[in-house]
Design a protein around this ligand. Structure first.
Ligand code: PEP
Length: 932
């Protein structure tokens, strides 16, 4: 770490030096935890006024800006450098490679190779919008330079002023998707240019679409109730508008005269704009809904519902265009047809339980699908229902009257298909799928509303049960002739894997193994059912624990991690076509498309992965399946035990949630009646994965990447070492642990556990000479006794520490925490201490509502400072402005700002320290490279 402390007081210099030069000095057992020791020394200096709050602020900003620069450099390297020329060169190589691989220069073979969708970049609005938009932009700009800058642009804060709304998320997603589409156009242009030189007569018929963009922003309703059908339709219409306008501007840009085409396009654009402005703002204004319906119905043809309607006109435009405009026009057509009437394809999502509720109510199937004893009977019943189902008409009246989420979502899709885009299939993702019954039920609901052949029903395998038994779930569905007929009709079978939940319950490394195993089992199942002619779609949402974009070091490794060469080779051998999809989640994920340069570099890496010959990776790990099974199940056992450990929930639920800002419009917990009334977390399942992971990162321990690894390594120390160096697949998985270790520090975690331990404060009281401070320490001890987390936290910590010890024993050169991360944690621990000490200075007050001293201290200990300060502002007001009215008596004294001292000396510094605590969180995020 380079740290110029010229402007800092010398005391600070010493402390910083101790953090950076002796990162591992002292051991927790000796009672000299170096993190706590830095925090305490800083705290003492602060109390003696040797270090001011302003010093701490500038130190944090400095560490934050250094982390920002390091993150920019990392992003730059992640995509393999980011210059437009290099990207174009890579794409030209890819196109040449594809052409050269065609036997006897066959045009048909070239056409076949580039005309199927092989990859989708899925843009989701997962709440990882941790930075303010200008900071994200600056980060992307810095990473896009040929040589990333040495100096960070200055921002007072890197935090957002407020969490983004769905609307803002949509705007950010649309911008990222537009850059992604531009990059896809570069790939298509390279493919067409190559074809034009080799097949000058035939090339104009080509419509390459190897890579597409997909979005679920505004359509993902799993565990959230705040997105109404009107929002979904409004945003879907806007995606249509962007797509039409994109084509229009591409045609205009070439200056081509195609009056019929442009007239059709402009008419459609006018209609869609009118439709967007008529979208109701909710269900209550029925007149507005009826008016919207009228526009959709009456403008159906003029607004276009089939992208292919423009194909012939586009072909004429290409044929008659001047030579320089032909390739750009052909590129525009390819992008337009590949995406249909939307800037991106559409993924909707809801939860399995929502489908079950709908079917239970409509078909009177009362048994619990999660109970295996009822499964067979339910499967028989749903199969019978599938044979008998006939579609009912859907109108907005039906949509208005349906109380169920599944019914409303399926009807919303029916309206999209009728009035927005009739051809592009909509992916229907079902979270927490654990039985084939869920898939058959979804098919029944879709058939009921007449959209079965327009949607691609996809289970999301994310629970432990689903990861272990996924193939049984698939087979339960495949046994149904109706399901098989449906799959054959649409020609695809789709699966989603969600690391988000799988990783945090079974451990990230175990999840990657289970997911790969499931991919292979699905392959075998399709062969067994003689379905080799069906395309398999594998979509990974990628909510890994240290960033939500799979591999932490390189985009190229991310793609191999997503789809291991071994699995690809197996599919290739049997000739089963496979489409990969990968998510770019929210703010952090969009960074890979943050500038044209980054988008181009990202896409070039994807193109190379798709088209360059599959490397025949010799990977010994596959020769020892028993090792893998045992190794990864040890990890999973370790992680499962931790998840059930009450100390783990205590850790996640103490002050962790207060360390992070809300980073998206999606609520931090799945919405349900129970979650609305719950106070503190009693099980990790009560949080969603992103805040769960973000809290762990901020507490200095990436538990769901690391837990259980020690036990697994201890069982196989030699094999571990052999595969670590000889197996590319194993190495790629261990890269996660490598990164997790570089961002985790048992001493930081131990310090957190100490802070919440009454004994720690008692010890300090015992050593303290100043009566006031001694009193404060004692009262913190009493308040922490009431919080009652300490015993469980210590037990949990021992579990983590023991596993970690085993890991260090066997993996001698395992990375250690970066000193700057440790320093940031230490500063934050010191700030927490200062806030708590300030809390002890708050004068006695009469309870207000349910808010009394005890309640205040419980909030303080959980660092819920905004709530406390809001209450205190009422209890200790400063704003009583003296009145000048005449009260018809001699004037008495007017009290002005009686609580000014409390505000100046306690509340204001407390507020500033709290803001600083969250700024430190951003600095830690920059070091990790991600939120959650
Ligand atoms: C499925 C995922 O996310 P979530 O369920 O949190 O939306 C994931 O990120 O893999």
């Amino acid at each position: 770490m380079t740290m110029d402390n010229a402007s800092s007081p010398s005391f600070l210099d010493n402390i910083l030096a101790s953090a950076t030069t002796h990162p591992d000095a002292g051991t927790a057992a000796e009672g000299t935890n170096p993190v706590m020791s830095i925090a305490l020394r800083l705290g003492e200096a602060f109390c003696r006024k040797e270090v001011s709050q302003a010093d701490i602020v500038s130190l944090v900003q400095k560490l934050r800006d250094e982390a920002f620069l390091a993150r920019a450099r990392k992003l730059h390297r992640y995509v393999g450098g980011a210059t437009v020329d290099a990207t174009k060169e890579k794409l030209r190589n890819v196109a040449r490679g594809v052409a050269e691989a065609c036997e006897n220069g066959s045009f048909t073979e070239y056409q076949d190779r580039i005309s199927a969708i092989q990859f989708a970049a899925v843009f989701t609005a997962h709440p990882t919008f941790a930075l303010s938009n200008p900071v994200y932009a600056a980060l992307a700009e810095s990473a896009s330079q040929a040589i990333p800058p040495q100096e960070a642009p200055f921002f007072e804060t890197h935090r957002r002023a407020a969490p983004p709304t769905l609307e803002e998320e949509f705007t950010l997603a649309a911008q990222a998707i537009t850059r992604a589409r531009d990059a896809m156009d570069l790939l298509v242009a390279a493919l067409l240019e190559e074809a034009a030189t080799r097949w000058p007569k035939e090339w104009t018929s080509l419509k390459p679409c190897p890579v597409i963009a997909t979005s679920w922003v505004g359509y993902d309703t799993d565990g959230r109730t705040d997105i109404g059908w009107w929002d979904t339709l409004r945003l879907r219409l806007r995606m249509k508008l962007f797509q039409l306008m994109r084509l229009e501007s591409q045609i205009m840009h070439e200056g081509v005269l195609a009056p019929e085409l442009t007239e059709k396009l402009q008419r459609a654009i006018t209609c869609v704009k009118e439709q967007i402005s008529a979208v109701p703002t909710g269900p209550s204004d029925v007149q507005a809904v009826a008016h919207f319906a009228k526009l959709l119905v009456s403008q159906r043809d003029a607004a276009l519902t089939h992208a292919a309607e423009l194909d012939a006109l586009l072909q004429t435009a290409i044929n008659t265009a001047p030579p320089s405009a032909r390739i750009p026009l052909a590129v525009a057509r390819a992008g337009f047809l590949a995406h249909g009437l939307g800037l991106a394809h559409t993924h909707v999502r809801l939860n399995a339980s929502q489908i079950h509720n709908f079917v239970r109510q409509k078909l009177n199937l009362l048994d619990d699908p999660n109970n295996p004893a009822h499964r067979r009977a339910l499967l028989n019943q749903i199969n019978e229902a599938l044979e008998a189902v006939s579609p009912v008409p859907v109108d907005f009246g039906a949509l208005l009257s349906d109380p169920s989420s599944a019914g409303r979502l399926m009807m919303t899709i029916a309206q999209m298909v009728k009035f927005i885009d009739s051809d592009t299939p909509v992916r229907f993702l079902i979270a927490e799928t654990e039985t084939g019954y869920t898939l058959l039920s979804a098919l029944w609901v879709a058939s009921c509303f007449g959209v079965a052949d327009k949607i691609e029903i996809s289970p999301l395998f994310e629970t432990e049960d689903a990861l272990m038994n996924g193939e049984h779930i698939v087979e339960e569905a495949l046994r149904s002739p109706t399901w098989r007929a449906y799959i054959r009709r649409i020609g695809r079978i789709c699966f989603q894997f969600g690391y988000s939940d799988s990783g945090r319950y079974v451990g990230q490394l175990a999840a990657t193994y289970l997911i790969e195993r499931l991919r292979l089992r699905i392959h075998d199942l399709l062969v067994r059912w003689n379905m080799q002619d069906i395309t398999v779609v594998f979509f990974d949402t990628h909510g890994e624990s240290i960033g939500r974009g799979a591999h932490p070091f390189r985009m190229a490794d991310r793609l191999d991690y997503l789809s291991p060469p071994h699995v690809r080779a197996r599919f290739k051998t049997t000739g089963i076509a496979c489409r990969e999809e990968t998510a770019f989640q929210g703010g952090d994920g969009y960074l890979l498309f943050g500038t044209p340069e980054l988008a181009g570099a990202t896409l070039a890496t994807i193109a190379e992965n798709l088209f360059l010959p599959l490397r025949q990776e010799e990977d010994p790990i596959y020769d020892q399946p028993d090792f893998s099974a045992d190794f990864f199940s040890s990890i999973s056992e370790g992680m499962k035990k931790l998840v059930e450990d009450p100390g783990y929930a205590a850790l996640l639920g103490a002050f962790g949630p207060s360390l992070i800002d809300r980073t998206g419009s999606r609520p931090p917990a799945r919405q349900s009646a129970e979650s609305a009334t719950r106070k503190r977390i009693t099980h990790p399942g009560q949080l969603r994965a992103i805040p769960n992971n973000a809290i762990l990162q901020q507490l200095g321990w990436c538990a769901n990447t690391l837990q259980g690894l020690g036990a697994a390594v201890r069982r196989h120390p030699e094999t571990f070492e052999t595969f670590r160096t000889s197996s590319p697949r194993f190495h790629r998985a261990l890269d996660f642990a490598q990164h997790g270790l570089a961002c985790s520090d048992d001493k930081v975690l131990k310090s957190v556990v100490c802070l919440l331990d009454p004994g720690f404060w008692l010890d300090r009281a015992t050593e303290e000479q100043t009566p006031a401070r001694q009193q404060a320490f004692l009262s913190l001890m009493h308040d922490l006794e009431k919080l009652d987390l300490s015993a469980e936290l210590h037990t949990m910590f021992r579990r983590i520490q023991a596993d970690h010890l085993a890991l260090r024993d066997a993996w001698v050169h395992a990375p250690r925490t970066e000193p700057q991360i440790r320093l940031l944690h230490a500063i934050r621990i010191m700030l927490i201490e200062q806030i708590w000490l300030l809390a002890c200075r708050i004068p006695f007050f009469m309870p207000r509502g349910g808010f009394n001293h005890d309640v205040m201290m419980q909030h303080m200990l959980c660092l819920d400072i905004p709530t406390v300060l809001e209450e205190l502002a009422h209890i200790f007001p400063t704003t009583t402005s003296p009145t000048t009215l005449d009260f018809h008596e001699p004037q008495g004294p007017r009290e002005e700002g009686i609580y000014e001292r409390e505000h100046r000396d306690i509340f204001a510094p407390m507020q500033q320290m709290f803001e600083l605590i969250r700024e430190i969180s951003v600095a830690i995020m920059h070091n990790i490279g991600a939120f959650g």
